[in-house]
Ligand binder design. Structure first.
Ligand SMILES: OC[C@H]1O[C@H](O[C@H]2O[C@H](CO)[C@@H](O)[C@H](O)[C@H]2O)[C@H](O)[C@@H](O)[C@@H]1O
Length: 578
């Protein structure tokens, strides 16, 4: 990674954070003075524009940069606010004079390995219309490719963007920086596009974040240092290795993956739970190191918490940030009383998908250690994945429902070091995450069992004309029906394919076709793939996301290309929705 904007400060603050305990007794990683200042600008913008500014996006303000030193800028800002409020004209003039635009820190870069038609591109796609469209999707990588501008490298303290060394692929729209778990599907697509250098560069960037912060950040911004996102780095590394055979990547990635594994299996992320047979298991949960409003959504979080007491506010802010760590921000999946956002209880849940991802990480670390002949690591991680397999079977599996269910930790257990499993702790509500273990060979090698789980998926109501929905609850939240529509269905599909069950493969292909068609419909309407869809009607998507029209969505590109690579396209099938 390039120069650290705050040389030793971040390290000192992280060390201090281990000892600072807030009222809700979790650790905190303090944010930077620049983020705190820009949050003030954000609050003032909302107050100044009021409801006159359509589509007010709080994130825009913490993505602005400084034109001169923070102290000079803050002085000018304080002077502006001397009477408590400011006119729209004065505020606009201040922003113009002192702050740089939100899109000036990452600049366009042509990906070095992009060619219009890669050799051996999607060999299974024979249908000429689909091939033409797939090449257009492939060319969308160019729209989403960025590198950190020279100004950020020269003056990192003026920016909230973190100075990553290699180019990145961004999700698009208001998400102007690289994101952790989005990068997994982006890389799957880049591999289909044969863009190996771009894919490796992204992985090296994520590794540099582990070197610097001990975990992969939610995204590459100073305000994301206090949380991670679903841990999929090992999957990115193994997928790239399987296609390129690059051992150097493995050598560089392995130490970082070991550090990341520790992050998810120690401190607040680690949970001990004793099952019905008296065996104690170690599992992991999401838990952000933050208990204030998320800087990028501060005005929204304050509004959400406005009716609570101060103690409850602190707790809610922790839950909100922890939910952002899940990647599913927000969903009734994390609420005690959906759709009431103030009842978020993410830190009290042991999630199925997180533990499946960590088991996958353990399997990947074992394989990667074998590649470089590190027998000690391979053998200790073999034990680790076997133990987590037993834990997942014991804590999450529900044989009546034939799926794996999130486990809710009971309040009455809170003061104990080891929680006690109780059948009533399993959340019986259906989410697509209940089927994520299928992605992993240890859970998909028994064809009879896979067929039963597939049956339960098909009966669940989650399989819609647009693919697999995230939940069955219509809460208005982004990760609930009918908005919730997750790229993680790619993992379910991949698991069904690798199970070897004929029936499962047919179901997988059907889901992939639905998903591709929906994205095609979105593309025809907007010239880009879309983040959100109406799961009830293939292709009739709802409204262009929360914050206006999208300009691309990296993970959708990735999943479309990965599905086309696996299944090709049936010759006479139409791309349009039926
Ligand atoms: O700005 C609010 C939140 O935005 C992000 O979450 C959403 O977009 C991400 C980028 O595509 C995606 O990874 C995530 O799953 C989405 O819910 C961000 O990750 C949150 O931390 C942030 O608070």
């Amino acid at each position: 990674m390039a120069k650290n904007p705050f040389p030793n400060l971040i390290k000192i603050l992280i060390i201090m954070s281990n000892t600072i305990l807030s009222k809700d007794s979790g650790p905190i990683i303090p944010t930077t003075p620049l983020v705190t200042f820009l949050e003030r600008v954000q609050q003032t913008a909302l107050k100044t524009y009021g409801h006159n500014k359509k589509g007010f996006d709080p994130k825009l303000y913490v993505d602005l940069s400084l034109k001169q030193n923070l102290s000079i800028t803050e002085k000018a800002f304080d002077k502006l606010l001397i009477n408590g409020s400011v006119s729209v004209k004065e505020f606009d003039e201040f922003v113009e004079k002192y702050l740089g635009g939100a899109d000036e820190d990452l600049v366009y870069v042509h990906p070095v390995d992009f060619v219009d038609e890669p050799q051996d591109f999607l060999p299974r796609v024979k249908n000429s219309e689909v091939r033409r469209w797939a090449l257009e999707v492939h060319s969308l990588w160019k729209n989403l490719s960025r590198k950190v501008s020279d100004r950020v490298i020269d003056r990192p303290e003026f920016f909230t963007l973190l100075p990553l060394k290699n180019p990145v692929i961004i999700p698009g729209s208001r998400f102007r920086e690289v994101y952790y778990w989005d990068s997994y599907w982006v890389i799957r697509g880049l591999l289909a596009s044969k863009m190996y250098e771009t894919a490796k560069g992204i992985v090296y960037n994520l590794i540099s974040l582990i070197d610097e912060y001990g975990h992969v950040l939610n995204g590459a911004r100073a305000y994301y240092t206090n949380r991670s996102q679903p841990p999929l780095l090992s999957s990115m590394v193994i997928d790239i290795y399987n296609q390129t055979g690059d051992k150097d990547l493995v050598l560089k990635a392995l130490p970082a993956l070991l550090k990341e594994h520790k992050f998810w299996n120690s401190g607040i992320h680690k949970v001990l739970i004793e099952d019905a047979e008296g065996t104690t298991h170690t599992l992991s949960r999401y838990y952000a190191m933050w208990n204030e409003p998320r800087p990028e959504s501060s005005t929204i979080d304050k509004e959400t918490a406005s009716k609570l007491t101060n103690n409850c506010k602190t707790q809610l802010y922790r839950e909100i940030a922890s939910t952002a760590e899940t990647g599913w921000d927000f969903s009734t999946r994390w609420m005690r009383n959906g759709p009431d956002l103030t009842t978020l209880a993410t830190t009290s849940i042991i999630p199925v998908d997180l533990n499946a991802y960590i088991l996958k990480m353990e399997l990947d670390i074992t394989s990667l250690a074998n590649v470089i002949g590190d027998d000690i690591t391979a053998s200790s991680f073999t034990k680790a994945f076997q133990a987590r397999k037993r834990a997942i079977d014991s804590i999450f599996w529900n044989s009546d429902m034939q799926q794996w269910l999130d486990y809710w930790l009971s309040n009455s257990n809170e003061s104990k070091e080891v929680y006690t499993w109780n059948a009533s702790g399993q959340n019986k509500k259906v989410f697509c995450s209940n089927f994520i273990p299928l992605w992993i060979q240890l859970f998909n090698s028994d064809v009879k069992m896979v067929d039963e789980v597939v049956q339960s998926l098909q009966n669940s109501g989650l399989v819609c004309p647009a693919g697999i929905a995230t939940s069955l609850t219509n809460s208005g939240q982004q990760w609930d029906f009918p908005n919730g529509w997750a790229p993680i269905q790619h993992m379910i599909v991949e698991g069904l394919v690798s199970s070897g069950s004929e029936q499962a493969r047919l179901v997988a292909e059907d889901i992939a076709v639905k998903w591709i068609r929906t994205n095609y419909a979105a593309y025809k309407k907007t010239g880009t793939l879309h983040e959100k869809y109406d799961v009830e009607k293939c292709g009739d998507f709802g409204g262009g996301g929360e914050y206006g029209p999208q300009t691309g969505f990296g993970w959708s590109n990735g999943v479309v290309l990965a599905f086309l690579e696996e299944f090709g396209w049936p010759k006479d099938l139409k791309l349009d929705c039926p």
